[in-house]
Write a protein that binds this ligand. Sequence first.
Ligand code: ATP
Ligand code: MG
Length: 388
Amino acid sequence: MADIILIKCGELILKGNNRAKFEDRLVKNIKSAVSKFGNFHIWKEQATMFVEGADETADLETVIEPIQKVFGIIKLSPAWRAEKNIDSIVQTAAARCTELQDAKTFKVDAKRADKKFELKSPEICMETGGRLLAAYPHLKVDLHRPGVVIHVDVRHDAAYVYSREYRGSGGIPTGTSGKGMLLLSGGIDSPVAGWMMAKRGMELEAIHFFSYPYTSERAKEKVIDLAKILTQYTGAIKLHIVPFTELQLAMVEKCPGDQITILIRRAMSRIAQKICAATGSLALITGESLGQVASQTLHSLVVTNEVAEMPVLRPLIGLDKEEIIQYARRIDTYETSILPYEDCCTIFVPKHPETKPKLEKIRLSESKLEMDTLIQKAVDETEIIELS
Ligand code: ATP
Ligand code: MG
């Protein structure tokens, strides 16, 4: 097991004076991502974050994957600590980088933050490479396409040696770009939309419109499961479950069938915004993609958007379904999303939904409903589930 994990941050570098704030948030996010797996120390030094076990039970291998999901990280490497002399560096590489045993070729890549170290970086490479060749006669050096790269990072406190590198998720630390309210259905798209905005630093709350008994308890469980998967990337999420049946039934009773989908979308937007006002979310986030279904034509989006008094972020707007599915697989929500439980939009959906709704007609329909009362009632009866 490695001694430590070294983490390289991404875009933080670009953030000038705000950098310390971003780094502190990243440390906090890494802490909460690994806390379920044991006791770990986490600290930062010169744009690198370090994770070390705080006791014998803390296994660094178990936290590699959770750390890969934290936004703001480019790559991470489990590493060994060597003393700051070339003998110790070579011994550590020879003993610990077991990939060398099966590799045919290798190279050494060295960096030294400590400019007072006895050798310069190219000399560290030459010396380490030469001695490893002597220790492993089956190996050859290949500078262009090496089978294994031995990294040597000479820092002020110690020298670190590693041969494994894992990709991070990129982006910027969640919680540094304000808070957004994700409209989370049980489908494929909305979890991906939430992941994308969290990747750009947004903290998430989520809201789900639930039409019990037309949609089942299992449909609700599915949404809770999706939100839970998202917490691996975003940290804690407050999920608001809004009872939506009464509003939908009123629409079905009093309004033309082909308008129902648009009426539903406008009501969702109004309710979500009321809850945002109470919780401090600054924008709505949806999984809409232009032209995907009748309610997502540009004409429909214009009519839905007319009730929005805050920005509506639609990160999937230009993506094809296939591309969205690729993301859903990558973030592990796909298998849950395709479980067959119905969504409130699917049960009341008309055979021929309007693709070019007229705002005046929609407003006329809404005037037949006791909109304000129904919306306030839904808000008041909303259930909150805290997920982490
Ligand atoms: P998804 O795959 O995310 O369900 P979709 O392709 O099924 O999307 P729609 O049903 O038209 O598309 O929904 C568009 C967006 O509206 C969703 O991505 C989601 O953000 C929001 N939405 C739809 N239904 C609900 C719901 N029951 N609760 C909360 N948000 C919803
Ligand atoms: Mg849906």
